[in-house]
Design a protein around this ligand. Structure first.
Ligand code: FES
Length: 111
């Protein structure tokens, strides 16, 4: 039986190990990252000022925002460090995270 709570948003082949991709789920932009063959999803818009995390850099499980360098753990959404502006480091909120399910070659997100 089809699980109506999960929707297909991408295929596993689109996100190789160490890469990430921005997908849309209804009105939300979500970032899916492949860390060592496991997929994780957090909100794509940076909690500081809306930077596009999919344009940032992924290093292991840490994505760095391209705008002011906030860093988030993609496996949990936790903000590991905040934005750096004029030599000052601020705090930012954790990013919401989402459940990812792999079904065959499909990546599904919970609505
Ligand atoms: S918008 Fe991401 S660090 Fe400022």
């Amino acid at each position: 039986m089809e699980d109506l709570k999960f929707v297909k948003v991408a295929e596993t082949s689109e996100i190789p190990m160490g890469k990430m991709k921005k997908v849309k789920l209804e009105e939300k932009e979500i970032l899916i990252a492949n860390v060592d063959g496991n997929y994780y999803a957090i909100e794509n818009r940076c909690t500081h000022a809306g930077g596009d995390l999919s344009k940032g850099a992924l290093d292991g499980r840490i994505v760095t925002c391209p705008r002011h360098g906030s860093r988030f753990d993609v496996t949990t959404g936790k903000a590991v460090s905040g934005p750096k502006i004029l030599f000052l480091r601020f705090k930012t909120k954790d990013a919401p995270s989402f459940e990812v399910k792999v079904e065959g070659k499909d990546l599904m997100l919970k609505r």
